[in-house]
Design a protein around this ligand. Structure first.
Ligand code: HEC
Length: 200
């Protein structure tokens, strides 16, 4: 599972991205964007449910293992079900598989500049890479940092026992020191070529 996520990550990193256009209403890209939003909602709802239950049962120290197992498992099952690649990415990552390069990283930097859209919801981006049979639709949704419950594991003042557990599981952890409102990461959904009919 981790292997697959890593491989997919480096594939995205190595790809030369040809951005053609943003999604416009009435296109298949718009339909895939709407389907992506549903997947992103489900990802967040399922993970949040498991995280909150684990926090109540065992505090942040105990909940770390749940995050470690649940997040990749949810991503995997939503990917298998939808045919899209569903994952979480970050500029400062905890799981090395969340690291991203190239065009995706540039877009993530743009989201970091404005993690919220004007209506106060997490900002999103949809774009098409390539044309015709090779067209792939990408969707990003910002995951803003919150005080509760995120700060216990990603904030500026993390309890020593939590820190120790994180260091053990993620020796290269970069995902601490975040303040509420900053971009913690994003849900990234990529629809494979073939999901769109050839444009010309
Ligand atoms: C109990 C500790 C804990 C809490 C609380 C927590 N996280 Fe995490 N977070 C983790 C762990 C552990 C990972 C790595 C998961 C993995 O291995 O895929 C992670 C990974 C992430 C990632 C994926 C990118 C990366 O850096 O690997 C994002 C995005 C994220 N967390 C956002 C949040 C947000 C937003 C909140 C609050 C709603 C939150 N987390 C609360 C422990 C926590």
């Amino acid at each position: 599972m981790t292997k697959r996520r890593r491989a997919a990550g480096s594939l995205a990193a190595g790809a030369t991205l040809l951005v053609t256009a943003c999604a416009t209403p009435g296109t298949d890209a718009a339909a895939l964007s709407a389907r992506s939003a549903i997947l992103a909602d489900r990802f967040q709802a399922e993970l949040q449910g498991q995280l909150m239950a684990a926090m109540q049962a065992g505090g942040p120290e105990g909940a770390i293992a749940v995050c470690q197992q649940a997040a990749p498992a949810i991503a995997e099952s939503l990917s298998a079900e939808s045919g899209a690649q569903v994952r979480r990415i970050a500029l400062k990552e905890r799981n090395p598989a969340a690291r991203t390069e190239g065009d995706l990283r540039t877009r993530l930097e743009q989201l970091a500049a404005n993690p919220l859209s004007p209506d106060g919801m997490p900002a999103t981006m949809t774009w098409t890479e390539g044309t015709g049979r090779k067209a792939r639709v990408h969707y990003l949704r910002a995951i803003p940092m919150k005080a509760q419950p995120c700060a216990a594991c990603h904030g500026t003042s993390i309890a020593p026992a939590v820190q120790a557990r994180l260091a053990e599981l993620y020796p290269d952890d970069k995902a601490t020191g975040f303040k509420p409102g900053e971009l913690r990461g994003a849900i990234a959904i990529t629809w494979p070529a073939g999901k769109l009919p050839p444009a010309n």
